[in-house]
Design a protein. Structure first.
Length: 186
């Protein structure tokens, strides 16, 4: 076993400012507000979004379907869980014969004034369409409607795509943290 450190940025968004422009939901996609009957779908979508990504190394539960379902149960059972900042995205595009979920985001109230984004994820075949931006806008609007003043999140520094999205949308880095992970070498 060896110890590896992952550099992560804690970022913050000021809800006292205007939100970035509300993105349109693309044709063929639907947003679903929190409903406990969708908890399993959130967990599965989280798994599909993260299983082959760097963050599955940083947080091994993201690379395991059961781990994602457990994580979702843990998030929902937290005292600060915010249903109004928790969204699921689904699609049935014309060329598809079945409906599928393709994006997820959850929100938690950390204090009277601050919330945190948990695991914004979009499945690989649906990336690059502005869906992460769409999910994030709805989560931020949910945090704001709950009376919060700011929202935080953490992003792995090497996840340049997510980092760039957050920076473009107005998140600012407030702290650098390091996550130590035991890695098994084969």
């Amino acid at each position: 076993m060896g110890l590896t450190y992952f550099k992560r940025f804690r970022m913050e968004y000021d809800l006292g400012e205007e939100l970035f422009e509300r993105p349109e939901t693309p044709p063929g996609y639907w947003l679903f507000s929190w409903d406990e009957r969708l908890q399993e779908a959130h967990g599965q979508t989280k798994y599909e979004s993260f299983r082959f990504e760097l963050d599955a190394n940083v947080f091994p539960c993201l690379g395991d379907a059961d781990g994602c379902r457990r994580l979702m149960r843990d998030i929902v059972s937290r005292e600060g869980f915010l249903p109004e900042a928790t969204w699921l995205l689904g699609t049935q595009l014309p060329q598809q014969r079945r409906f599928e979920y393709c994006g997820t985001i959850q929100g938690i109230r950390d204090s009277r004034e601050t919330g945190s984004v948990q695991n914004l994820g979009v499945t690989p075949t649906h990336r690059g369409l502005g869906l992460g931006r769409l999910l994030l806008w709805h989560a931020l609007d949910g945090f704001r409607s709950a009376g919060l003043k700011r929202v935080t999140l953490e992003v792995t520094a090497r996840n340049t795509r997510a980092l760039g999205l957050y920076q473009r949308l107005g998140f600012r880095t407030v702290r650098t943290v390091y996550k130590a992970i035991d890695v098994a070498y084969a």
